[in-house]
Design a protein around this ligand. Sequence first.
Ligand SMILES: [Zn+2]
Length: 260
Amino acid sequence: MLQLRPILSHYMKCVIGDGASASFWYDSWTSLGPLIEVSGESGPRSMRLRKGASVGDATRDGAWHLPPARSPEIQEIQTAITAVEPPAPSNGPDIFQWRKSNDTFGSAFSSKVTWENLREHAATVYWHKAIWFKERIPRNSFMAWLALLRRLPTKDRLLRWGMNVTGECVLCSSAMETHHHLFFECSYSSVIWNAFASQIWSNPPSDLHAAAPFQLQRLHSRKASLPVHHLCHLEGKKCAHLHFSILPNISPASFSGPAA
Ligand SMILES: [Zn+2]
């Protein structure tokens, strides 16, 4: 959260009332944003206003009281300041506002709008509706989302991170544990996958990214959402507990389900 502090001022602005609580240097109360970013660290000395000064400290007898500008930056600041009505007790307290979705400001804070403003927007992936849908089970969706992005802590990734682990699959011990192996190549997982998926598809897809479009076609069916999500949950749970050797309490024999 503290790392976000420098950009916070760009999502807040202050409407000056009595000038008592707004920071002269660090709040965004003129068209220039935080004035310290315009003046640099020498600004407080140049304008004879300490860093902790309020906006009201820059006035005297109800008018702006500013020293002569000695640099283009200070001149720019003074021009912006004089476009703002000087603070007065009769105006009430200073009001802080948040940036809204249409780039205007309002008094209500919305975490959703602020997050949308802050986050990096990436291209929409075709499989997102196979993960995030109305009847989803949140923990399973989260695991499926990580799996499709290939971000589960599989052993091949742990080794790339420099962790001291063996690379072999924790389920079958016969191959390097990658996402594809863990979900489809592994003799253990393939039994689980086929048991679930064969109830929906006569020829189950053999890759998560291939399974997602199949699932989208049948998203109206709650049953159709189960194979990918359930397998992701089981495997994700296994990955999450990798170092503690906690495996799902299941055996391949439990999944000799009916073929379609
Ligand atoms: Zn395996």
